[in-house]
Design a protein around this ligand. Structure first.
Ligand SMILES: Nc1ncnc2c1ncn2[C@@H]1O[C@H](COP(=O)(O)OP(=O)(O)OP(=O)(O)O)[C@@H](O)[C@H]1O
Ligand SMILES: [Mg+2]
Length: 585
């Protein structure tokens, strides 16, 4: 990584672009910070004057009271500006990260499946949630505050010079030391931030995967082992934090000592003035000591915080870099197709199609195939033969390397991706359900699909009865990934999903896991219902499901070995016959 360490300005510039729609809020935040930076240092100046004039010189109680009330008013105003400033900068930060998060999520949803095959879910969750969270701090606690602090420093130093320049030099002596300490601190913090980022990601990925796979963990008695592995990551995460705490714990006392040193120097200066009492005005001296004591505090606080805030800025930039990396990825399927009104009620033709997931390890070799419109064809073959891969190509979830696929006359690469996928419904092998109601899982949140339509579809595929028996019927919460439903029931829900979408082309990828007889019957019935009157591709593991298919295609190791009807293939005494005998013997 070339970006390590220094503030990368290009990332910063990119972040700033997101500010554009919120210029007004930004302006308000800046304005408040500006006012505060100028008004706050004025207060010590006035207090010093008040001490001199109304206490030492005249002992004028009523003037002192009036001026004190004035100061109180000033404080109140400062408080108001502080509130406005911090509110607006946080509002700004939240608005911006909402935009970035939105963009990232929308971008991710267009990625090819291959990207998700290779990227742990935990990493993506970290990007979308915590990395973007850290970016928000760039705006809420970093950028504007740093400018405010710098401005305040300048104003305070100007005031000090204006009042007494020799004294200013005196109390500024410890500042180079402070800057030096700040630098070391910032470096240590940066390192631990980077470590922390890595560890947070590891934690997210680990926890996410173990929770998803908890049944495996428990099934194989891996609890202790996983606990130990977790302990290790957890400890590393802690260590990354502790490193930061170390730096903090050393830095703050150092700052404290240095600011006390400034005050000590101030007193030393006072003492020398007395010793050399030729032209000292003690009243003036009291006033200045008063003012400088207050200013020194104002000076050290921003410098100390600068290091802190600079780190926040840095962390935000490092995280933004990672988020932008994902936003910059061009991992989506090439959607160069423009055709939107292709008739899908036509033959589907595969011509010399070759496909591999990795390099040249061909998973599908020279596939030539015509699926006639309205027919039902079935793929059979051993596990890993490439059945699911073939149908993935049709929906363009993966790109094939050689050959062509046509719908009628039209190459599917010329068809707009949305239009293609709208016309093809795929019931996946492992049905994914969202943690939501049965109804929403069927409609996928499409408000156009009414409850009546859902019920009608459920009745058509023969799943209405089982859904009715669920505790809340169609409003039953299926739990994450449909965890509380059986495999067969999940498959039936997916069937209903496909049925209400009423696609031209239907693909059913049968679940490998065996379901009970009753479910099997229901699924078989649903399959018949669904495939009727449309081009359908059924991938079957149970040969009983597909005996009525118009055409059965036997795949082995990515190659088509046999094509024919059930009866034809049985006669051939080839691969299909063998499969059949194994299943029915
Ligand atoms: N996302 C992927 N990345 C890399 N290789 C994959 C991927 N998906 C499948 N494969 C490989 O491609 C081959 C064909 O897999 P495919 O899922 O098409 O088989 P299948 O015929 O559907 O098997 P099953 O009957 O078990 O569902 C297998 O060797 C598998 O390991
Ligand atoms: Mg499969």
């Amino acid at each position: 990584m070339s970006k390590q360490g220094k503030l990368d300005f290009s990332i910063f510039k990119r972040l700033v672009k997101y500010l554009k729609p919120y210029r007004r809020i930004l302006f308000l935040a800046f304005f408040c910070t500006l006012v505060l930076a100028v008004v706050s240092p004025l207060r010590p100046f006035l207090i010093g004057k008040m001490v001199n004039l109304f206490i030492i010189k005249e002992q004028n109680a009523s003037a002192l009271l009036n001026w004190s009330l004035f100061l109180l008013g000033m404080l109140f105003l400062e408080g108001l500006f502080q509130f406005l400033g911090s509110f607006s900068s946080n509002l700004l930060a939240q608005s911006i990260i909402r935009d970035i998060r939105h963009k990232l999520f929308a971008h991710l949803s267009t990625f090819k499946m291959r990207y998700f095959d290779n990227t742990p879910i935990g990493t993506l969750v970290t990007r979308v949630i915590s990395d973007i969270g850290a970016i928000s701090e760039v705006f809420s606690a970093g950028l504007i505050d740093i400018l405010g602090d710098l401005l305040m420093l300048i104003v305070v130093i100007c005031f000090m010079f204006f009042v007494n320049w020799q004294l200013t030099f005196m109390v500024l002596i410890p500042i180079p030391l402070l800057l030096f300490a700040t630098r070391i601190f910032a470096k240590a913090m940066r390192k631990s931030f980077q470590q922390e980022g890595v560890q947070v990601n590891r934690l997210n990925t680990f926890v996410q995967e173990r929770i998803t796979g908890m049944s495996i963990v428990q099934l194989f008695n891996r609890e202790k082992k996983e606990e130990q592995a977790f302990e290790e990551i957890n400890a590393a995460h802690k260590q990354a934090h502790i490193n930061a705490v170390w730096a903090f714990s050393i830095f703050f006392p150092v700052v404290e000592i240095l600011s006390s040193l400034s005050i000590a120097l101030l007193l030393v200066w006072g003492a020398f003035q007395f010793l050399d009492n030729s032209h000292v005005d003690p009243k003036k001296m009291y006033e200045e000591i008063f003012q400088f004591t207050l200013w020194i505090n104002m000076l050290f606080r921003p410098i100390r915080q600068l290091a802190d805030k600079f780190n926040i800025l840095q962390r935000g930039i490092v995280r933004a870099d990672r988020v932008f990396e994902v936003i910059d990825l061009q991992e989506h399927v090439q959607d160069s197709g423009t055709l939107t009104n292709v008739d899908f009620n036509q033959d589907i033709i595969f011509k010399h199609v070759y496909f591999s997931y990795i390099d040249e390890h061909w998973i599908l070799k020279d596939i030539n195939l015509t699926i006639e419109k309205g027919q039902t064809i079935a793929f059979v073959g051993a596990t890993g033969a490439g059945k699911t891969s073939i149908v993935n190509l049709l929906g363009r979830f993966y790109e094939f390397q050689k050959g062509e696929i046509f719908i009628g006359e039209e190459n599917i690469k010329n068809i707009e991706l949305n239009s293609l996928r709208k016309n093809i419904a795929i019931v996946l092998q492992d049905v994914f359900l969202f943690s939501d109601t049965v109804h929403t899982n069927i409609t996928l949140g499409d408000p156009e699909i009414s409850r009546e339509q859902v019920i009608e579809a459920a009745k058509a595929v023969g799943a209405h009865d089982f859904i009715e028996k669920l505790p809340n019927g169609y409003d039953y919460e299926v739990g994450e990934r449909g965890g509380v439903l059986s495999v067969g029931q999940r498959q039936l829900l997916a069937f209903i999903r496909a049925y209400v979408y009423n696609p031209h082309v239907l693909i059913l990828d049968e679940a490998t896991s065996s379901v009970d007889n009753e479910s099997e019957e229901m699924i078989q019935h649903a399959t018949e219902k669904l495939t009727k009157g449309r081009t359908s591709i059924v991938i079957a593991h149970r040969l009983s499901t597909i005996q009525n298919a118009d055409k059965i295609i036997v795949l082995e190791k990515g190659e088509i070995k046999e094509i024919g009807s059930h009866a034809e293939l049985l006669q051939k005494e080839g691969y299909y016959k063998k499969l059949h005998d194994i299943q029915f013997s």
